[in-house]
Design a protein around this ligand. Structure first.
Ligand code: PHE
Ligand code: ZN
Ligand code: ZN
Length: 478
């Protein structure tokens, strides 16, 4: 049930009382106008993160003291204004890392709007643009929400992720531990990773799992402010991928990194053509000086606009679907670009190790290749609709071996597990390997109406490696 808000209008730009108040839809009461988030406050947050880095060896990287100090500082700010904060620790090969989750009390627990940013830097520098900017921006949004006196229709949650730079480890950890029912409650995840690049562009994520409503709200906002924007397909490059692979609606904004601004982009955005959007990307010079304040100011207001808008959006009475639309791929994270997210099995095979190439992107499941007695598998559950008239499992595989001869010592079985029955669809082995990716498909129609596990099971004998490298899996139905 929605509660009428008491608006603290002093915290709000009067001119911003526009579309969000008029676009009522089925909303029974006035929506909160968009806030004018304070660039002064955000700059002070960035200075704090810079000071933390300076006091801790020049970085805020995973496993280094500057990371935990950053997290403790953000947590204290949130605790002081009434957030319920949770620290989730997890281990990485660079040491212990932590996620910080902050829930604003109230709002419909069945409809959660999440906003996140990674808080870790690389070890080369203080990480002020990457990703002090996203971290400080969402911190200011959270603090401003607390100060606004607003009551939200939906439940608001903010997250500061650890170990993004090691491969989205924090957001993956969060999602892998979150019960399915709680995943289903998340209607939207907004991601901010680099929003104040010194030679900025305005790139809107265009790689959603379900729905483009938030992407469209972001582009409409920029257009209404006369800010040109471009779409970007971010692929697996930031934490929204951990949500997207579960079929949760996502979007985000990126002001650009190591790539070069073209002259066409410099024409519309200003700045320097032929120069990187962020020449200090992942370098020691990503300091408090490595920020474009105009871009940062515009982007924090965009973030405030989206948080305020979706705090009150009517997502209906049912929980949102977290499966892709019909005709899409029923497997989540099918190309392994989000790491082990959504896949069960033995730990290790899902990797971005360059010892074997991925077919697309940089991640794949590299099963075998140990040259010692070993068993590994990756698997995922999938439900074949009872109404399906066709159902197909597809995958690409690349194999190479140190074995010789015609005996199958090492095998990879492609299996469907239904209850206690395991059916092997195909067996690959060290005999007849092909170091070129090839696609295989099998019908799954025999399992229509059932929830089954698709499993890739590898067994290797005591010597001479065979590598079975799996990528770009799919289950499609019609
Ligand atoms: N995630 C990248 C990093 O932290 C930056 C990035 C953000 C790249 C968004 C593409 C899109 O280094
Ligand atoms: Zn980075
Ligand atoms: Zn980043």
């Amino acid at each position: 049930m929605r509660t009428l808000r008491t608006t603290a209008l002093s915290a709000v730009a009067a001119t911003a009382v526009t579309a969000s108040m008029l676009a009522g839809g089925s909303s029974p009461a006035v929506a909160a106008p968009s806030p004018d988030l304070s660039i002064t406050n955000v700059t002070a947050h960035l200075q704090q993160l810079q000071n933390i880095a300076t006091a801790n060896g020049g970085n805020r990287a995973t496993g280094r003291p500057g990371y935990k100090a950053s997290l403790d500082w953000v947590k204290a700010k949130l605790d002081a204004v009434g957030y319920t904060t949770t620290v989730q620790s997890f281990s990485t090969s660079s040491g212990t890392s932590y996620n910080l989750i902050a829930d604003w009390p109230g709002g419909d627990p069945e409809h959660v709007v999440m906003t996140g940013a990674h808080l870790d830097s690389v070890s080369a520098g203080p990480g002020i643009n990457d990703n002090g900017t996203g971290s400080a921006a969402i911190l200011e949004a959270a603090l401003a929400w607390a100060g606004s006196g607003n009551t939200s229709r939906n439940h608001l949650r903010f997250a500061w992720w650890g170990a993004e730079e090691q491969g989205l480890l924090g957001s993956n950890k969060y999602m892998s531990l979150l019960p399915t029912a709680d995943k289903d409650r998340i209607d939207l995840y907004l991601n901010f990773d680099m929003v104040g690049s010194p030679n900025p562009g305005y790139f809107v994520y265009d790689d959603n799992a379900v729905g483009n409503f938030a992407r469209d709200a972001m582009t409409s906002y920029y257009t209404s402010k006369g800010i040109p924007w471009e779409y970007i397909d971010v692929q697996g490059r930031s934490d929204h991928a951990s949500f997207r692979s579960y079929g949760i609606a996502t979007t985000g904004m990126y002001s650009g990194g190591e790539t070069t601004k073209t002259s066409a982009q410099a024409q519309k955005w200003g700045g320097t053509a032929g120069s990187a959007f962020d020449p200090c990307y992942h370098r020691s010079c990503d300091t408090i000086s490595n920020i474009n304040s105009t871009a940062l100011d515009r982007n924090i207001d965009m973030i405030g606009h989206l948080v305020w808008l979706y705090a009150d959006k009517d997502f209906g009475t049912t929980t949102p679907p977290t499966t892709p639309p019909a005709g899409g791929n029923l497997l989540a994270n099918p190309g392994f670009e989000s790491g082990a997210v959504s896949w069960a099995g033995t730990s290790g095979p899902i990797t971005s190790n360059t010892g074997r190439p991925a077919r697309t992107g940089s991640w794949k499941a590299w099963l075998g290749g140990n040259g010692t007695t070993s068993s590994e598998n990756v698997s995922q559950q999938v439900t074949i609709p009872s109404t399906a008239t066709a159902a197909s499992l597809g995958y690409w595989i690349r194999t190479d071996t140190a074995e010789t001869g015609s005996t199958a010592y090492d095998t990879l079985k492609v299996q469907v597990v239904s209850g206690t029955t395991t059916t092997t669809l195909r067996t690959f082995s060290n005999v007849g390997t092909s170091a070129t990716y090839a696609q295989f498909t099998h019908s799954l129609l025999a399992w229509k109406g059932q929830t089954v596990t698709v499993k890739f099971q590898m067994n290797e004998d005591s010597s001479l490696q065979t590598s079975f490298v799996l990528d770009d899996t799919s289950v499609t139905t019609s």
